[in-house]
Design a protein around this ligand. Sequence first.
Ligand SMILES: NC(=O)c1ccc[n+]([C@@H]2O[C@H](COP(=O)([O-])OP(=O)(O)OC[C@H]3O[C@@H](n4cnc5c(N)ncnc54)[C@H](OP(=O)(O)O)[C@@H]3O)[C@@H](O)[C@H]2O)c1
Length: 347
Amino acid sequence: MNNITICMIGFGNVGKAFARLIDRKAESLALDYDVEIKIVAIATGSHGNAIDPLGIDPNKALLAIEGPGTLNGLSTNPAPSDMREFIALSEADFVIEISPVNYETGEPAITHIRAALQNKMHAVSANKGPVVHAYHELSELAKINGKQFLFESAVMDGAPIFSVFREALPCSDIIGFEGILNSCTNILIEMMEEGSSFNEAVTYAQSIGIAETDPSGDIDGWDASIKVAALATVLMGIPMKPQDVDRKGIRDLTPSAIQQAKNEGKRWKLVCSAELINGKVSAKVAPQLVSPSSPFFSVSGTSSFVLFKSDVLPGLGILESNPGPETTAYGLLADILNILKKEPGNA
Ligand SMILES: NC(=O)c1ccc[n+]([C@@H]2O[C@H](COP(=O)([O-])OP(=O)(O)OC[C@H]3O[C@@H](n4cnc5c(N)ncnc54)[C@H](OP(=O)(O)O)[C@@H]3O)[C@@H](O)[C@H]2O)c1
């Protein structure tokens, strides 16, 4: 049995879903993959930290952080608040970085992932910040330390985007893509189509764990822009920051404009696009009025859709229907299993 240990940096919507997912999949992981996953360390921003080399019971951790509770009582070892020390002391095989995204700098997540790799741990992340702000540095650091840095769920949750091009479509040069990559704004617009106010729609999105702690990142198009930048950086090989994307969110989209579109049989969608022109990527995020003939028209709920154009595949669409935090958690689990598959002796 391959017993692997995990250090989780962040235990919010995705972290809790990951804890439940590995509990639910424990039997299948053991029987089909010969893997047992044990969480040995969990860090949060304001709900304490815990390290227990024998394993932290996920159900106890979930209970401990309800309301204002903390994880501190579950710690058998010193659990410092300095994350570099915390990661080193966890002695885990994998660090999962799922702290809130920082669109402008990618920190402190970059520091967390750097610490993991320097301590010879694999790093898996759903956080887009490190992908756009430090992809090349972290990938190089991973290589030097004989470890991997994967981030499948950073864009489109659990849908295979990065791994499809990495594993299944070698030597395919992406020349552009367009899609709907922010599920939160998709839901907000839909709720306004059904008559909700902007604030009612935001409260609902937060209640189902789709809007992040601070929803302005979604509303102002930062989340969509950072995803566009991540796809351009990794898949098109052109480093791009969210600040480089021509960005307009949905803040100025009024319920009356949304109703008018509905009356005309059309819909507003926050559309992302990127195109390679003379070796540079021109990227845009903006609300767009779409008619029923558009592939974006029926992308509803938390669903995402992206249509890639490559030199060998003129159109490849990937649709992910109604994901939630568990889908993101699955992306993390898929990265872990894909890394294990490539460990010496498992190839
Ligand atoms: N939600 C999704 O389905 C989804 C989809 C794709 C990608 N992502 C990405 O996944 C990450 C996590 O998302 P989420 O929805 O789980 O966010 P969340 O619910 O806001 O949880 C964030 C967690 O990180 C902790 N945290 C905050 N600052 C920290 C720090 N400096 N060091 C260590 N821990 C810290 C928070 O602790 P406190 O609560 O105590 O502050 C909380 O446990 C984000 O980067 C997000 O962009 C999420």
